[in-house]
Ligand binder design. Structure first.
Ligand SMILES: NC(=O)c1ccc[n+]([C@@H]2O[C@H](COP(=O)([O-])OP(=O)(O)OC[C@H]3O[C@@H](n4cnc5c(N)ncnc54)[C@H](O)[C@@H]3O)[C@@H](O)[C@H]2O)c1
Ligand SMILES: [Zn+2]
Ligand SMILES: [Zn+2]
Length: 382
């Protein structure tokens, strides 16, 4: 089969690999019909994630058709159209029993902190991902869901990560009726978080980024006010000014470890690897939220520590909520919103590339060229 493979930082290509085999009776093999490139893939592509091995296939956002199933699989059958959450999870451990699917205890013996994620390095379990013609899906009775007949393929694809994560970011912000919500980051995840904040009762939603074309999308798609942080000497101060000097009730960090906006943080994280990511957006979030407010962190940070303003968070009495998204938990509500026409998730997709051209897809998304917000990858066998 054809599959994307990692060759080293900023280098990916498509190679021939064996079609994955059933390794456990509860495995399924899925023929991928659509995959996406996520902002999280950029952390791998930029060489930020420890133990990203040459030859690894990325891709944790994908849908497809069941091609083969192991002997114990009961919930999906060959030929079914399935959407697969980015988390690999067992469904039965202490954490899965509490809905913490992203924190499953059984799927990643390599690490105690992170769970299993498709195509996300050996730090996250070493599972090959879905930017390929076929992918092995462990715990096939637990993770994959059947794509509802009425759901469009691209909407289903976005439910497997970006949309569920954005919705989750708003949810763990504990937004109360009328709250002022600030979202850092106007990538797909931030756009979905901003849009979801309205569903949860926000009275005002403000999105911050420095890419004008993405801020325009935040106005159109998420009906948000927008701020370009490079237009202000101190973006936090400007946000305080807009919020009666008190700060926002809820702030969502949808940027993560590769935030721009502070040279020192950039050098100590991306260049010197002295911290597990540049917490510029997170520190801005801590400064922007009002005392007693909530910061929701869905932007991803790497292992070990980052220079976070924890003392300020403590003294302001903040609630900090965060996690990798437990994707499948978000689906019932999201399905209702999509079916009722409250929004059309695929509106954020700007590009579609064949798998053979995935290297260009990565470059375009990484360098934010050609108005790129979200790229869908279509394998040749689809
Ligand atoms: N928690 C989860 O389960 C989960 C799931 C998916 C993605 N993520 C993470 O969410 C983040 C966003 O993903 P995405 O696909 O939207 O990525 P993306 O790269 O498309 O978007 C990130 C955006 O942040 C902007 N940005 C950079 N520095 C900023 C700053 N200081 N302030 C405000 N904006 C800034 C960038 O210009 C860009 O538009 C990534 O860190 C990704 O790894 C987490
Ligand atoms: Zn992702
Ligand atoms: Zn589990």
């Amino acid at each position: 089969m054809r599959a994307m493979v990692y060759r080293g930082p900023y280098r990916v290509r498509v190679e021939e690999k064996d079609i994955p085999a059933i390794e456990h009776p509860n495995d399924a093999i899925v023929r991928v019909t659509r995959a996406a490139i996520c902002g999280s893939d950029l952390h791998l592509y930029h060489g930020m994630m420890p133990d990203t091995r040459v030859g690894h296939t990325f891709g944790h956002e994908f849908i497809g058709e069941v091609h083969a199933v192991g002997g114990s699989v009961q919930n999906v059958s060959v030929g079914d159209r399935v959407m697969v959450p980015f988390n690999v999870f067992c469904g039965t451990c202490f954490f899965c029993a509490r809905g913490l699917y992203s924190n499953c205890h059984n799927v990643n013996p390599n690490a105690t902190a992170v769970g299993g994620i498709y195509g996300y390095s050996h730090t996250c379990g070493g599972y090959d991902g879905g930017q390929a013609e076929y992918v092995r899906v462990p715990f096939a009775d637990v993770g994959p869901g059947l794509i509802p007949d009425w759901m469009d393929d691209t909407d289903a694809l976005l439910c497997t990560d970006a949309l569920s994560t954005g919705y989750f970011g708003a949810q763990i912000g504990d937004i109360a009726e009328g709250d002022v919500v600030v979202v850092y980051g106007a990538g797909p995840v931030g756009l979905f978080a901003a849009r979801s904040a309205w569903f949860m009762g926000a009275g005002r939603v403000i999105v911050v980024d420095h890419l004008d074309y993405r801020l325009e999308k935040a106005r159109d798609f998420a009906h948000a006010e927008t701020i370009c942080f490079t237009e202000h000497a101190d973006v936090v101060r400007h946000l305080k000014y807009l919020t009666e000097g008190l700060g926002a009730d809820v702030v969502i960090d949808a940027v993560g470890a590769e935030a721009d906006g502070n040279l020192l943080q950039h050098v100590t994280s991306a260049k010197l690897k002295l911290q597990g990511g540049s917490p510029v957006a997170l520190n801005w979030a801590i400064d922007t939220v009002r005392k007693g407010g909530t910061v929701s962190v869905i932007g991803a940070y790497g292992p070990l520590f980052s220079a976070v303003k924890f003392g300020d968070a403590m003294n302001k009495g903040l609630t900090l909520r965060m996690n990798q998204c437990p994707v499948k938990r978000q689906w019932p509500r999201l399905f209702e919103h999509i079916r009722n026409g409250h929004f059309k998730p695929s509106d954020v997709v700007t590009h579609e590339v064949p798998l053979e051209h995935i290297a260009e897809g990565y470059h375009m998304f990484s360098a934010k060229l050609d108005g790129c917000i979200k790229t869908v990858v279509v394998p040749d066998a689809a």
